[in-house]
Design a protein around this ligand. Structure first.
Ligand code: KIV
Length: 275
């Protein structure tokens, strides 16, 4: 018996890697099916970021995010996206212990969501793990510079690479991730000169967030650029003011309910017999 299947042609890790030095990559985060559906028309990569912990679950940082949360939101995003490449963040604690644990968890993420790749915050010890995963068929996106999962040891979120010594460290981490086989590397919170230097050195695309226009692509947390939060980092440009719009809509609804203007006749069901 053959079931009829709708063809879905998604961008792959090789498509994204091949964009190096060509048209800039457009990337945003999504955690739900309806937002993924909207982004899918325009974005090359949709990242199910572990920022979901802070953005949707109200956590103070990304350390508390679990593999189960990433899988659940990854499944939702995959139901909404049909064209973009969907990449899922490996959360804190799911890959640092060693390549074998990372492999088992990454396989779980890919099998249970159907996504096309995973992202690892790639500090000095993670390059070996990236190589292990890539050799076993798992597309990996690296993430260097400001690595939010290190917030506890770093004492918060801090831009990286402003001092020469740190600059060399971030550059080395980016090169290690690319040499290990990452198909793209997110570069977060670094000064422009360093972002350009990393972009020139790597053969794979760099995707910047708070890392200047010197990268091969850009990513933002969608909820930040839609203006859902009062405070955002200074590198965020707000393309909408949804917090105000949602507040206005909720106040208008409340006024209508209190004045018994909602629901009106057009919004009411009536029995066919007329009562
Ligand atoms: O978790 C996330 O949303 C991210 C992006 C901001 C790069 O890692």
């Amino acid at each position: 018996m053959s079931a009829q299947r709708e063809e879905i042609n998604r961008l792959t890790a090789s498509d994204i890697a091949a964009r190096k030095g060509r048209e800039p990559l457009v990337c945003l985060t999504a955690y739900t099916a309806p937002i993924a559906e909207i982004l899918d028309e325009t974005c090359d990569v949709i990242l199910v970021g572990d920022s979901v912990g802070m953005v949707l679950h109200g956590l103070p940082n990304t350390v508390g995010v679990t593999l189960e949360m990433m899988i659940l939101h990854g499944q939702a995003v995959m139901r909404g996206a049909r064209r973009a490449m969907v990449v899922i963040d490996m959360p804190f604690g799911s890959y640092e212990a060693g390549p074998e644990t990372a492999y088992a968890n990454a396989v779980r993420v890919l099998k249970e969501t159907g996504a096309q790749g995973v992202k690892l915050e790639s500090g000095p010890v993670v390059a070996e793990t990236i190589a292990y995963l890539v050799r076993r068929g798992i597309p990996v996106m690296g993430h260097v510079g400001l690595r939010p999962q290190s917030a506890l040891v770093e004492g918060g979120f801090r831009a990286k690479g402003r001092e020469p010594e740190e600059r060399m460290k971030v550059l080395a981490e980016a090169e290690a991730a690319a040499d290990a086989g990452a198909f793209a590397v997110v570069v977060e919170g670094v000064a422009e000169g360093l972002a350009r230097q990393i972009t020139e050195r790597l053969k794979v695309p760099t995707i910047g967030i708070g890392a200047s226009s010197g990268c091969d692509g850009q990513i933002l947390v969608t909820d930040d650029m839609l203006g859902l939060f009062e405070w955002t980092p200074r590198f965020v440009r707000r393309y909408a003011d949804l917090k105000t719009e949602i507040g206005d809509a909720v106040r208008a609804y409340a006024e209508d309910v209190r004045a018994r203007r909602f629901p009106a006749l057009a919004e009411t069901y009536f029995a066919k017999t007329g009562n």
